[in-house]
Design a binder for this molecule. Structure first.
Ligand SMILES: [Zn+2]
Length: 427
């Protein structure tokens, strides 16, 4: 299928100058950007005057089915919230429930400009991978292993994780497997080592939560005499395919370790602040040290939403505020972390509007009052845009939303189904 999107204002990446022109898409990839060469052929020409195009956003860390628990136990401290509300409700989750929560999450993500997500969950990962594949959104999905809690042995969780990863890899397409260890405090040292070795063997991402709270850092120091990132390094768990969610409480030494290893940092500013962790991931210091930084929402239950637009803004303003530095984390960097940073972490050929890249593109109404006047396109996207401004979303050149209509699901039914399930979960 060949499509020509015409008369767009195009922001190819965070630091680029916006330009007016066309985007030509063939077989899921961008063929050219700007003026059309002579004799340019296409099957469909779509006039996009008044719209701005930017690369699809990548939600680098989420637990998508937690949409079903959005707002439940609101306002409780982290451990009360987990132990009294979230875990008991999650125990009741069936595979069908996970599927419904995933579909709702994908709809919300597409409406807010997300074209790829990185998922870790314990229940129903097959359903998550299947739903993503059927909807046509890019995803990396992993079964969240733990052996220090949850009653399953190391051998059993490794076996499940490997079998799941192989099933996903075999199905091909744009949904990829990952090997996930939940966290250093829920996984044994052997599980982390064997998990990373398995990810290397299967040539996929190794995804783990680390240094999310101060308590975790203190407990890890007490137990291992090492801080969590140092501990992971000592286990050989840092490498190019490692994706570290959170990294809030880290030292300069740990920042250097991450950068030197080639691992990615998955920064979830909204969830960190909403759970009152009290720190800020030094994301811009990680980037200055040479680490790849991506942004994520975390689950909707600890965030309130899956909007990467909101995440870009909160990332940027929290860095500025934390460092007392207005020059830090400019809008263009927020957009680059949310696009290229995420694409690098997930290993996908996207994150930029350029020839040869996957056609993961978001279009928004550039004439909307909240985006006018547009002195700075990156600022308009990262700081002023809301999901209601987004009109079209393409993944691999296919419309997942066209003229504000979701193409892959009945939106009303998806909301109703999720509502019904969530009543049972919290009952
Ligand atoms: Zn998480």
């Amino acid at each position: 299928m060949e499509i020509l999107l015409t008369n767009l204002l195009i922001l190819a990446q965070g630091g680029a100058k916006p330009e007016t022109g066309n985007i030509h898409i063939r077989d899921g990839k961008i063929v050219h950007v700007g003026k059309c060469p002579k004799g340019c052929k296409y099957e469909e020409r779509i006039d996009c005057a008044g719209k701005i195009a930017f690369p699809g956003l990548v939600n680098s860390h989420t637990h998508i089915a937690m949409t079903l628990l959005r707002g439940y136990g609101e306002g409780l401290p982290l451990h009360d919230w987990l132990e009294k509300k979230i875990w008991p409700a999650e125990e009741k989750l069936s595979k069908k429930d996970v599927r419904a929560g995933t579909l709702l999450g994908i709809i919300e993500m597409v409406r807010s400009g997300t074209t790829a997500f990185n998922e870790m969950y314990v229940t129903g990962v097959d359903e998550i991978a299947k739903a993503a594949s059927e909807c046509g959104i890019r995803a990396t999905v992993g079964y969240g292993m733990l052996d220090r809690v949850g009653g399953k042995s190391r051998e059993a969780v490794l076996k499940d994780a490997e079998a799941f990863a192989k099933r996903v890899a075999k199905s091909g397409g744009i949904v990829k497997p990952a090997i996930c260890c939940h966290a250093p405090y829920t996984c044994s040292a052997e599980l982390i080592q064997e998990g990373k070795a398995l990810a290397d063997k299967l040539d996929c991402m190794f995804h783990i939560h680390v240094s999310e709270t101060r308590k975790e850092v203190f407990d890890n120091l007490k137990e291992t005499k090492k801080r969590p990132v140092e501990y992971l390094q000592s286990l050989g768990a840092l490498g190019k395919n490692t994706a570290l969610a959170h990294c809030v409480f880290v030292t300069a030494r740990e920042i250097k370790m991450v950068a030197e290893s080639g691992a990615s940092v998955l920064h979830c500013p909204v969830s960190n602040m909403k759970l009152a962790g009290g720190g800020t991931c030094p994301a811009t210091e990680f980037a200055s040290a040479g680490a790849n930084v991506a942004l994520g929402t975390d689950g909707a239950a600890s965030n309130g939403s899956l909007s990467m637009l909101e995440t870009m803004k909160i990332f940027s303003i929290s860095q500025k505020n934390f460092y007392w530095d207005a020059l830090r984390a400019p809008a263009g960097q927020a957009l680059d972390f949310a696009t290229q940073g995420g694409a690098n972490a997930l290993g996908i050929n996207a994150g930029e509007i350029a020839p040869g890249k996957g056609a993961d593109i978001v279009l928004a109404d550039a004439r909307a009052p909240n985006l006018s006047p547009m002195h700075d396109a990156a600022s308009a996207i990262a700081f002023s845009m809301h999901p209601g401004n987004i009109t079209d979303v393409l993944v691999c050149g296919k419309f997942l939303m066209r003229d504000r209509k979701i193409t892959f699901a009945d939106e009303e039914k998806a909301s109703e189904d999720a509502k019904e399930i969530s009543r049972r979960l919290v009952g």
